[in-house]
Design a protein around this ligand. Structure first.
Ligand code: 5GP
Length: 129
């Protein structure tokens, strides 16, 4: 039986499986982008929970921190260093800020594309809700 090669082309796979955040990377969905390089993208959260609320994502669609592989070590290290840089550039470094990775249902993860919440500009409670 002949194999339908069109079902395997990257283009077809991409259009069917892109995450919301991949669409922001591809500029298919608008966002206020505050930082970008080859590996990561940072943009303002659409529903901010603090005066500064930025999402920093790897361009590679790693689903969540619990799904990351050894090969993702470089991009994840880069992402953490850039989180600190974005926080400095956003003016929240001196007063302090929080980095959050929601992983799975109990943590409230809504978008299955790894993202670091960078939150600052107000005092925060501990323990978190
Ligand atoms: P999670 O709950 O998965 O850790 O966080 C997902 C975040 O993505 C939420 O804070 C939510 O407000 C944000 N978000 C969801 N959809 C969009 C969108 O289309 N644009 C932007 N900029 N943020 C989004």
């Amino acid at each position: 039986m002949p194999v339908d090669e069109t079902a395997r082309t990257p283009q077809v796979q991409n259009s069917m499986s892109q995450t919301l955040f991949e669409k922001i990377v591809a500029r298919e969905i608008p966002a206020t982008i505050v930082y970008e390089d080859d590996l990561v993208l940072a943009f303002k959260d659409i529903n901010p929970q603090a005066p500064v609320h930025i999402l920093l994502i790897p361009k590679k669609p790693i689903t969540r921190i619990g799904a990351a592989q050894a090969e993702d070590e470089r991009v994840l290290g880069h992402l953490l260093l850039k989180a600190a840089e974005v926080a400095r550039q956003s003016g929240i470094a001196e007063s302090g800020y929080r980095l959050v990775f929601n992983n799975g249902r109990n943590a409230g993860e809504a978008v299955p594309h790894l993202h670091c919440h960078i939150l600052g500009g107000r005092p925060m409670n501990w323990p978190p809700g």
